[in-house]
Design a protein around this ligand. Structure first.
Ligand code: DGY
Length: 332
């Protein structure tokens, strides 16, 4: 960085130790040592003093906060891939640059998606829970008719959103013998379609009506809010499963819960929820009944991904203060 003065950087949550150490060397860094989610007042105060705010997806950086920020705030270098928690339009109006951590959590998130694709039909959570709760000698052993799930191999997956993560899910799905279908705003290249033997569906409705497993991998934007609506959920076959590792609000959660309760779909694997971290108690009941596998937003939760995300944040800040366009700039 060319500046003599180190930029004042506020980090809203605890980050992996090597990332915090590196940031401490490079910037005038203010850390959140006890990792408590910051209140709106605390965020507002940080935005009065910081040159750079490093929020995570648990901070809602809305237009009100951005408009009230001090004139020194130049960069919101988010420690997240998704940018739905930052009002990017409001930031642009104030001349504040926004960056994210795209690319580095693709493979881990795709792994977690695939884990849910397997976990729900093959009843992994139920089986693990059974043994964890079984008293000594309770399990009587293998049985021809016990814990029967549904086969994955040979089924059709329908990927909603064929960006980096969707494509990485498609590669894994192919390896597990699923046939790949996808819906995306733009068709992927003919080479990628050929590699994945993927079928493109211009009509999301038509794809939903035909696949066995739906995987939601598109970002949360105003255009994708409740993309998987009550009407579209009704198109799914009763044997279909739905998996979401993107953002909860892409699915109309209330409508999905009704479908699961009424056995209009077979099950759901969810890493994200509409009112995170509040979880609808009816979803917890569905998990108890074996109709849902619920994870606490763990898609990118590997040490490697989180360190890589931190490195991205650092590169974005350094590049910005060197007077260049940061590599992960998010445009409104
Ligand atoms: C992100 O960064 O957007 C991911 O959801 C974190 O897992």
């Amino acid at each position: 960085m060319t500046n003599a003065r180190k930029p004042v950087v506020f980090v809203t949550r605890k980050l992996p130790a090597p990332v915090e150490a590196r940031m401490g060397e490079l910037f005038d860094t203010h850390l959140n040592r006890d990792d408590h989610p910051l209140s709106r007042d605390e965020l507002a105060a940080a935005m009065q003093r910081a040159d750079v705010l490093v929020p995570t997806l648990t901070d809602r950086i809305d237009a009100g906060l951005i408009e009230a920020a001090g004139p020194q705030l130049k960069l919101i270098a988010s420690f997240a891939n998704g940018t739905d928690h930052v009002d990017v339009d409001a930031a642009a109006r104030r001349g504040i640059t926004v960056t994210n951590t795209a690319n580095v959590l693709t493979e881990d998130t795709a792994d977690m998606t695939m884990a849910l694709v397997l976990a729900v039909p093959r009843r992994l959570a139920e089986g693990a829970r059974y043994l964890a709760n079984a008293g000594p000698g309770e399990w009587q052993g293998w049985s021809p008719t016990w814990m029967l799930g549904r086969r994955i191999w040979g089924k059709r997956i329908g990927i909603v959103g064929m960006g980096r993560i969707g494509t990485a899910v498609a590669r894994r799905a192919r390896a597990f013998g699923l046939s790949v279908n996808y819906h995306n705003r733009k068709r992927v290249s003919p080479e990628t379609e050929a590699e994945l033997e993927a079928t493109y569906w211009d009509s999301l409705d038509q794809m939903l009506a035909r696949v066995d497993i739906v995987s939601v991998n598109c970002p949360s934007t105003p255009a994708t809010y409740h993309l998987i609506s009550a009407r579209r959920l009704a198109l799914l076959r009763p044997e279909a499963y739905i998996v979401n590792t993107s953002r909860g609000d892409v699915i109309d959660e209330e409508a999905m819960i009704r479908c699961l309760e009424e056995d209009r779909i077979a099950g759901a694997g969810l890493d994200v929820f509409e009112n995170e971290p509040d979880i609808n108690p009816r979803l917890l009941q569905l998990a108890d009944a074996g109709k849902a596998v619920l994870l606490p937003h763990m898609g990118s939760a590997t040490l490697e991904s989180r360190i890589d995300m931190g490195d991205k944040v650092i590169i974005n800040i350094r590049t910005f203060f060197d007077g260049h366009r940061p590599p992960n700039r998010v445009l409104p």
